[in-house]
Design a protein around this ligand. Structure first.
Ligand SMILES: [Zn+2]
Length: 161
């Protein structure tokens, strides 16, 4: 997965501060630690993962602050929220991709792969046009089983959990 370019990170940091200001919230050490923790992640994470990562930066980060900060980050378009039909959500720092992403979700290893899927937008537009509508968003998720785990008995994606 692509890492985040420093200029994109700086831009995101400014957007985050603007969003906090709009909501009448201060830029605190806790919120800064959460932001840094998000943008240090190359991969998907849960709110609980984010709490752990944030505490590695600043031990004082509270669970409540993480749960209040995540919606601000998603609302600001800095973090993408991914619902894979579990009772918790996954999150991913927005790397400014323009192309639509499809998700391939490994049911065995809990790994989510983001795959560029430029056809999705085209497909959504063409099916929406057929019924006289204009598409707003579209998504594709593929739920899959791990072949590596089945055949070899282990998978590197599994060990990271
Ligand atoms: Zn696997």
């Amino acid at each position: 997965m692509d890492s985040i370019k420093p200029e994109d990170r700086r831009k995101s940091s400014e957007t985050f501060k603007e969003f906090l200001a709009q909501k009448g919230l201060r830029v605190t050490n806790q919120r800064t630690a959460i932001f840094d923790a998000v943008f240090n992640q190359e991969d998907h994470f849960t709110a609980e993962d984010l709490l752990d990562f944030s505490r590695e930066i600043d031990r004082s980060v509270s669970r409540a602050t993480v749960y209040r900060t995540l919606p601000i980050l998603t609302e600001g378009g800095l973090v993408k929220e991914i619902d894979v039909g579990r009772d918790y959500k996954f999150y991913l720092a927005n790397r400014g991709q323009k192309t639509e992403q499809a998700q391939v979700i490994c049911l065995d290893c809990e790994k989510i792969f983001e795959i560029e899927a430029p056809f999705m937008e085209w497909y959504a537009r063409s099916v929406a046009q057929k019924v006289g509508l204009e598409p707003v968003s579209q998504r594709l998720q593929v739920h899959a089983r791990c072949i590596r785990l089945k055949e070899g008995g282990s998978c590197p994606n599994r060990e990271s959990h």
